[in-house]
Design a protein around this ligand. Sequence first.
Ligand SMILES: Nc1ncnc2c1ncn2[C@@H]1O[C@H](COP(=O)(O)OP(=O)(O)OP(=O)(O)O)[C@@H](O)[C@H]1O
Ligand SMILES: [Mg+2]
Length: 162
Amino acid sequence: MKQLEYFLADEEATIAIGTGLATALKKELTQQALVVYLNGDLGAGKTTLTRGFVRGMGHQGNVKSPTYTIVEPYDLANWRVFHFDLYRLADPEELEYMGIRDYFNDDCCCFIEWPEKGSGLLAKADLTITMAYQDEQRVIKLQAESVRGEQIITELAHIIEL
Ligand SMILES: Nc1ncnc2c1ncn2[C@@H]1O[C@H](COP(=O)(O)OP(=O)(O)OP(=O)(O)O)[C@@H](O)[C@H]1O
Ligand SMILES: [Mg+2]
């Protein structure tokens, strides 16, 4: 499966997709870096989705938006999860100073809001997620960009059906 699309009636539905992605990832047998690009206008739900993912990966505290910090790290049992928001990045070179390459190791999951602001310096995405407004609600499209991305959204489709 290369593409998946859902209507998200409320915030809980957005969180459920994020949690479902965590469940899909945890089912994999080998550990490998996962890179997810999050597209969508301001307020479309990118941080909300990531919150569901980070909680699904086992984090129990707050998940705040990395708007001012650029990146929020979560050190979890088997994974390091990095939530990026590149909206305020003035120059992609800032990512070089942050040591961006170290964020794409095999024990790392990176969820990246506003990835176009870091173009040229980010690892290639496994999944591109696009969130859009539909009146007060949202629609989410997941596009696989690698074979592994395809496996993850195929698994996600099973999980969401349950
Ligand atoms: N499916 C949904 N239906 C209605 N509201 C939603 C839905 N999903 C998330 N929201 C709401 O949208 C608001 C903004 O969400 P969020 O902060 O996740 O957006 P964002 O895409 O990360 O924005 P930014 O680009 O500013 O970081 C939140 O108040 C959240 O509760
Ligand atoms: Mg956000």
